[in-house]
Design a protein around this ligand. Structure first.
Ligand code: NAP
Ligand code: SF4
Length: 679
């Protein structure tokens, strides 16, 4: 039985950009707009903009088939016509732009944040504080009915299809593996029986929705947890999924509780496409590759290497809704690239805030944040070409203003120039490339090596002056803190001053962690980022898939750090607790693998030729280090402000120049956008 209603997907490989429209889907991202009052209209605007940007097929964020399947006790389930009719706003908006959209059905099972969690058996997920109880046999049957009803309601809402979420450790996975499913009814036992739960959902859904409805099944091709599926089991499931009536199989990589990073910035680009490639030829329906495919060239390579029939990108469409269009028009250098930081997307979703994007604050705010062309022309000066200044300059130019951007150093990018030096964070350089291209395209006058002063700015007769002068590293003072071996993080990352084999880092915020990461890699290596095989070895993934779950028998095999590193802080508690919600564990694990020594409750006594003298709790210690690197936060750099105000200028401050505390690019770029919209 042929179920494909999407024949273009099956066309022979033609790797020109013009095919990308039909070969790239926008993968599922939960935005939180699904769950807030008025969110549906914003969701419609969000997806419509992506459809206008030429993406062929969109998959929505996960929507529960019933109340028990919701991630949070708030939110909706797609279980009735009234709910379905609300979604017609979304489907119409996408169809009006010539796009197609499928609704993802997601039952979170034991991953829910609720005391009503359910699963295949009594269990508790390591990533939820709430235990889950086993569904009764009748409830399993009802859950299948709910999936089918949800698919029918998606059809009623005019979706083009559904995606059944069968990966990332959610309910369907929980039925498939024995480590969770210990049932004694017909839904437990042998593998053949355990996979009947998803298969029955697909079979009955196909029967209910008819032939002309896309059913994507997201199949966990590599669980990356102990007790996960074997490769033979994964193939068996894929074949059965095809037989049951799926149109397309999408790839799921790792469960959320896995301790192998699968989407973080440390993951090599296209780093998991090899998993989908193993499945090529095993089934006759199209396969989609996923994870860390963030630019057209990566997508093209994945397709050219025969890894998949299509690729899915999710976060890259937050960063740039026009990604496909720019690729089709051969303008990839204009793409605002997803840098895989998770800071404004997944970190937001997992802390119940509306999702957005660090490099594109308009994402999920399309109805609110827009640069309209101004009626009155203005002449604007911007001082500082870090992320805040760059966005301000680009935004002002888009509004039709005459823009002058002054930068004291010899390059644009500010702190991103240091971030891109960190192993695994090279992508930050893409943001600089994007702004560089766009400033030229929008005729911004850029003056490098120009330290703007009050005189220059007054003579320029600007209507508005925006100070985006950024920050300066905070100095710390103790006996010997002016010793020649004491460096700042800027000395190390920006000026490349040599660092010895034994190092103490003072301050363990984001930058302390970054510097520890930088120093724990061998900089003589031509590329400090790892290739795919090295990455899998470093994090303990068995590419031969000899083990169930594909975890290497010997565990992780990290490359040793070339240095002995101490990461120090004065406060109590765990290091890095303020790092990103979804990425902090990666940074902590990475440094633990490199055997970085983390000391808390440290007070700094003095630095001399012996090393750094500290007290840890009650104990006096001497760390015999060659260098100390100060990563103790920043102070604002805003010394132009008062002089300009005194001279009667209209001055605005954004980014770190305004408030250095908890500075990050997310806040800086958003502040710039919000200011320029109002200018
Ligand atoms: P930060 O997060 O404020 O951390 C500064 C560190 O310095 C703290 O650990 C603090 O710890 C210590 N400190 C502060 N004042 C000190 C003093 N007078 N003497 C000695 N130690 C002092 O600043 P940051 O690391 O520079 O990061 C700046 C911003 O960039 C943050 O918002 C951060 O989130 C963001 N960022 C994030 C990442 C990431 O998530 N991977 C990476 C880079 C930057 P104690 O007070 O305990 O000593
Ligand atoms: Fe990508 Fe970061 Fe934007 Fe998320 S916030 S979409 S990871 S650039």
């Amino acid at each position: 039985m042929a179920h494909s209603t999407y024949p273009k997907l099956l066309s022979p490989l033609d790797l020109g950009f013009t095919t990308l429209k039909n070969r790239v889907i926008m993968g599922s991202m939960h935005t939180m707009l699904e769950d807030i009052p008025g969110g549906i209209d914003r969701l419609a605007a969000f997806y419509a903009e992506r459809a206008r940007g030429q993406v062929g097929l969109i998959v929505t964020g996960g929507i529960a088939p019933n109340l028990a399947g919701r991630a949070l006790p708030i939110g909706h389930a797609m279980d009735n016509e009234e709910e379905a009719e609300k979604h017609r706003t979304v489907t119409k908006a996408v169809h009006d732009e010539g796009g197609k959209i499928c609704m993802q059905i997601l039952h979170v099972g034991r991953y829910g944040y609720s005391e009503h969690n359910v699963s295949a058996s009594d269990t508790k997920a390591p990533i939820s504080p709430f235990p889950a109880r086993a569904l009764t046999t009748e409830e399993v049957e009802q859950t299948i009915v709910d999936y089918v009803q949800s698919a029918r309601m998606a059809q009623h809402a005019h979706y083009d299809g559904i995606e059944i979420m069968g990966s990332e450790g959610y309910l369907i996975n929980q039925f498939i593996v024995t480590k969770i499913n210990r049932r004694e009814d017909q839904w437990g036992g042998e593998y053949e029986a355990r996979i009947q739960f998803p298969l029955e959902i697909i079979r009955r859904t196909r029967a209910a929705v008819g032939e002309n409805f896309i059913i994507i099944y997201r199949l966990s091709m590599i669980d990356l947890v102990k007790g996960g599926s074997t490769w033979e089991e994964v193939i068996q499931l894929a074949k059965e999924v095809e037989k049951a009536g799926a149109t397309i199989i999408n790839t799921g990589i790792g469960w959320h509780e896995s301790r192998v990073p699968t989407i973080g910035t440390v993951v090599p680009k296209g780093g998991f496409a090899w998993v989908t490639k193993r499945m090529m030829g095993e089934v006759n329906i199209p396969l989609i590759a996923t994870n860390r495919i963030n630019m057209p060239d990566v997508a093209e390579q994945v397709l050219a290497d025969g890894c998949a029939d299509m690729v899915s990108m999710a976060r890259p469409f937050l960063a740039d809704p026009q990604l496909v269009q720019k690729a089709i028009e051969n303008r990839p250098e204009e793409i605002n690239t997803c840098i895989a930081c998770n800071q404004a997307c997944l970190d937001h979703t997992f802390s119940m805030q509306v999702c957005s994007c660090i490099v594109n604050p308009r994402a999920c705010h399309e109805t609110e944040l827009n640069y309209t062309v101004a009626e009155t022309k203005k002449k604007i000066a911007i001082v500082g070409a870090g992320p805040a200044g760059l966005e301000a300059a680009l935004g002002a130019a888009k509004r039709g203003y005459e823009v002058y951007l002054y930068e004291a150093s010899n390059r644009i990018g500010g702190q991103f120039n240091m971030a891109k030096e960190i192993p695994g964070k090279e992508e930050y350089g893409q943001t600089i490339r994007y702004y560089s291209t766009m400033l030229a395209k929008h005729n911004v006058n850029v003056y490098l090596n120009t330290k703007a002063n009050v005189d220059l700015l007054c003579k320029g007769r600007f209507d508005d002056i925006i100070l985006a002068t950024g920050v300066t590293p905070r100095r710390v003072t103790f006996e010997g803190s002016d010793h020649k071996n004491v460096l700042t993080y800027a000395d190390v990352l920006r000026d490349k001053k040599p660092v010895g084999k034994r190092v103490a880092i003072i301050g363990s915020g984001g930058i302390g962690f970054d510097v520890a990461e930088y120093l724990s890699h061998d900089s003589s290596h031509p590329s400090v980022s790892l290739d795919v095989a090295d990455y899998m070895k470093e994090w303990g993934v068995d590419m031969q898939y000899n083990q169930a779950g594909a975890l290497a028998e010997n565990g992780a095999e990290p490359l040793p750090s070339p240095r002995e590193i101490y990461l120090l802080k004065r406060s109590k508690g765990k290091h890095g607790k303020n790092l990103g919600k979804t990425t902090g564990w990666i940074h902590r694990s990475s440094l633990a693998m490199k055997k970085v020594n983390m000391l808390a409750e440290v007070s700094y006594q003095k630095m001399d030729n012996q090393g750094l003298h500290i007290t840890v709790g009650e104990e006096n210690r001497i760390l015999e280090v060659d260098n100390i690197i100060i990563c103790a936060g920043q102070e604002p750099l805003n010394d132009l402000h008062d002089g300009l105000v005194a001279a009667g200028q209209t001055v605005h401050m954004i980014g770190g120049a305004h408030i250095a505390k908890e500075l990050d690019a997310k806040k800086a770029i958003k502040e710039a956008m919000e200011l320029v919209i109002k200018l």
